[in-house]
Design a protein around this ligand. Structure first.
Ligand code: FAD
Length: 444
């Protein structure tokens, strides 16, 4: 151990609300709080917004649409509609695409358009942005967070707020503040991470004829593996066209640790090794695409994601844990703040296991506000993939759609609590629901 000298940390700024993390949950939380009159700072370790959607190369919105009694309809609304419209205006949003026999509907997007649209959305409602700031500690006072401590290029700084929203995906702030949390599947593993990449220069007609049908790529992989020339990290590859039809995204790598379990993205050394392993798998899979898949003969890699894509790390223990039964049972909650319409998508060793909503159901469950309220720390809300869920529940509600819904609810709740001088736990749920509905959100 190195013993560091105690130090006084300069306060950079003070706000009504500080949001940690600029992914779907953080974008929606900051926008909602600001639109309801709060002075908001969003803290992000990268120099751009989007979270896994940009930094992790996901480039695809899932969970916005439900298959409701055989009919596909958009069920996540509100701030996400503004974001989609802005991406669309920049020419970066694809039409809805269906897969898995129409059971899922997604919209891919251009990563640069998303970054610019998100800047525009947040600045349009007066959110202040602190980029290149890594949250490293919480200063506590009487069971509440007094300040978030960040490391920046100007040095270590504190940002103070009356309410904090942890949208870091990894529950970094909640963990620093001492909130209890769970990780992974409870058996030393969890949802496996994936290094995403995109390929340009694809002949779209040839590629669509060969692998337009969702499962066709798996059959080509099986044939290629049978020759002994290729080994694949998992079955169930997702190789789909982007808005620019010559550009395709590839979701196939699977990152294990030395024990063969899902890499732990809260372990600095595993994370470092995982980045290198991800890029190694990308090169290997691209060799297969170029040599064996029609339409990819003249293609090249246009981007390996800036960071390995992380599906699951910490999930805080909150007042309610959304479960797999809630997802597939299309459960209703009296304190609903939005819906999840994505099925369970479990990235287990070597494959992806899908568990769908029952046929002829409405195709979504509600999300209770209690999953955003951690068991301890009175001025903290947690939104997005690190909210209070079981491993199974998180395998569905981690998709962007539910994260946007949770974020909008968290931001609105924070602003309403401040305005009415209420505690987060004493918040008027009916008023929160009325405000969300008035702002375009669909609560189910
Ligand atoms: C490979 C992969 C494929 C996926 N495919 C899809 C898909 O097709 N469609 C879909 O909708 N979803 C998909 N998902 C899921 C989805 O992208 C994420 O679950 C979603 O982005 C979670 O949103 P979030 O806001 O909770 O967290 P994140 O998107 O993870 O955002 C968290 C943000 O917090 C920042 N941050 C974290 N820690 C700190 C810190 N200490 N200090 C400062 N900043 C910090 C991060 O940089 C990041 O910007 C996929 C995920 C992965 C990994």
């Amino acid at each position: 151990m190195i013993r560091e000298a105690g130090r006084a940390t300069e306060i950079l700024s003070e706000h009504d609300v500080v949001v940690l993390g600029g992914g779907p949950a953080g974008i929606a939380a900051a926008t909602a709080a600001a639109r309801h009159g709060a002075d908001v700072l969003l803290v992000e370790r990268y120099g751009f917004l989007g979270g896994m959607g940009t930094a992790g190369g996901v480039t695809n919105f899932a969970g916005l649409y439900a298959l409701a009694h055989g009919e596909t309809r958009q069920v996540v609304h509100g701030i996400v509609d503004d974001l989609l419209a802005r991406i669309d205006r920049l020419g970066g949003l694809n039409k809805p695409q269906q897969g898995l026999q129409g059971r899922i509907t997604v919209r891919s997007y251009d990563v640069s358009a998303y970054k610019c649209a998100a800047d525009d959305l947040l600045l349009s409602c007066g959110v202040k942005l602190l980029f290149h700031a890594l949250a490293v500690e919480a200063a506590m006072e009487a069971g509440a967070i007094e300040a978030l401590i960040v490391e920046t290029k100007s040095g270590r700084r504190a940002v103070r707020a009356r309410i904090f929203i942890d949208a870091s995906g990894d529950a970094d702030l909640a963990a620093h503040a001492g909130v209890p949390f769970e990780t992974g599947d409870g058996h030393g593993s969890g949802l496996f991470p994936t290094m995403m990449f995109r390929v340009g220069g694809v002949d779209p007609e040839k590629a669509l004829a060969a692998i337009g049908e969702f499962k066709a790529i798996d059959r080509l992989m099986q044939d290629a593996a049978a020759t002994g020339a290729y080994r694949f990290p998992r079955e169930g590859a997702i190789v789909r066209p982007q808005k620019n039809p010559t550009e395709w995204r590839v979701n196939v790598t699977q990152i294990r640790n030395a024990q063969g379990r899902a890499m732990d993205a809260t372990d600095a050394l595993e994370l470092s090794a995982g980045e290198v392993e991800g890029r190694r798998q990308v090169q290997e899979y691209f060799r297969f695409l170029k040599n064996e898949v029609p339409g990819f003969e003249h293609s090249s890699i246009v981007e390996i994601a800036p960071q390995v894509g992380i599906r699951e790390t910490r999930r805080v223990e909150g007042l309610y844990r959304l479960s797999g039964d809630d997802i597939l049972g299309c459960t209703d909650f009296g304190d609903a703040i939005g819906v999840n319409a994505w099925p369970m998508e479990l990235h287990v060793e070597g494959k992806v296991e899908w568990r769908f909503f029952p046929d002829n159901s409405r195709g979504y469950c509600q999300l209770p506000v209690r999953m955003l309220l951690p068991r301890s720390v009175s001025n903290l809300l947690v939104a997005g993939r690190c909210a209070s869920m079981t491993h199974e529940g998180q395998s569905a509600a981690r998709a962007s759609g539910a994260c946007f819904a949770m974020g909008q609810a968290a931001g609105t709740a924070a602003a309403l609590a401040l305005r009415s001088n209420a505690s987060l736990r004493g918040l008027d749920i009916a008023a929160l629901q009325q405000n969300l509905t008035a702002d375009g959100a669909f609560l189910g």
